[in-house]
Ligand binder design. Structure first.
Ligand code: AMP
Length: 265
């Protein structure tokens, strides 16, 4: 990467946790268009998993991932070990107020601090011109925009669109946890959030639309709903009246699997 920079080539970084699917590869292709060289990282970051979450069982498919990256024209893959990223004596944390406290932040304590920590480390290791993240994790994307600006990290942050299955379920490495029956239920999450989006677009009350979506998700067979909320796309403040810029966010649990999704209003 140092040599690329010396030669005046621009670099794009696409961080991932591996178990790559078409959503990740869309980001790689976007990166391809944005820079001369593309680097992908593969790291299941222990710091962003809470106790009882799926760190141990998170799918690890490194050989297949590297092959997919090569066929997407990615020039370099960086797959460090936890020890390399968090050596003995590591003591630093990164915390993001407000943006990190709502939505997933309220349900996964410490998750965004752990995510921000690794993204800061990856950005400062690779020093890319541009770094690309999916809108699938929209809150994460906004948090990354915030801390890179706050910390003067010289990188352009770019969001990529959500890739979905034919029925609308957002692609996710965690979808492979679902049984065939759960997979049939799972599509209710994007369906219900999209219905809420349509209701708010048509001038409906955001709180009523959120409540209706929550009911539909539970009625379809999800075990619990962490949140369905309509929030400002930049500040992530709750939107309480129709006609404002807004995005519908949802997270729900099906067996041991937690799924998230969002739609722009
Ligand atoms: P992950 O490996 O799940 O941490 O995701 C790595 C990057 O890929 C993140 O920026 C995600 O937002 C993005 N990503 C994951 N799933 C999708 C999807 N279905 N569509 C677009 N981007 C995605």
């Amino acid at each position: 990467m140092t040599a690329w920079r010396r030669d005046g080539l621009s670099v794009a970084l696409v961080p991932t946790m591996g178990a790559l699917h078409e959503g990740h590869l869309t980001l790689m292709r976007l990166a391809r268009r944005e820079a001369d060289r593309v680097v992908a990282s593969i790291f299941v970051n222990p710091a962003q998993f809470g106790p009882g979450e799926d760190f141990e069982r998170y799918p690890r498919t490194e050989a297949a991932d590297v092959a997919k990256l090569a066929s997407a024209g990615v020039e370099a893959a960086f797959a460090p070990s936890p020890r390399e990223m968090y050596p003995e004596g590591f003591a630093t944390r990164v915390h993001i107020d407000r943006l990190g406290d709502v939505l997933c932040g309220a349900h996964r304590p410490g998750h965004f601090d752990g995510m921000a920590l690794i993204v800061v480390k990856l950005l400062l290791s690779a020093l890319p011109d541009v770094a690309i993240f999916g809108e699938k994790d929209y809150q994460q994307l906004q948090i990354i925009r915030r801390f890179t600006a706050d910390l003067n990290i010289p990188v352009r942050i770019l969001g990529g669109p959500i890739e979905r299955e034919a029925d609308g379920l957002a692609l996710s490495s965690r979808n492979r946890y679902l049984t065939p029956e759960q997979r049939r239920v799972a599509v209710t999450l994007p369906d219900a959030l999209r219905a809420a989006r349509d209701a708010v677009r048509a001038g409906g009350d955001p709180a009523a639309a959120s409540a209706k979506a929550r009911d539909a998700i539970l009625a379809a067979g999800f075990d619990s709903v962490d949140y369905v909320e309509i929030r400002d796309p930049a500040t992530l403040d709750l939107v309480t009246a129709p006609g404002r810029p807004a995005r519908v966010f949802g997270a729900a649990r099906l067996g041991g699997t937690r799924l998230i999704d969002n739609w722009a209003v």
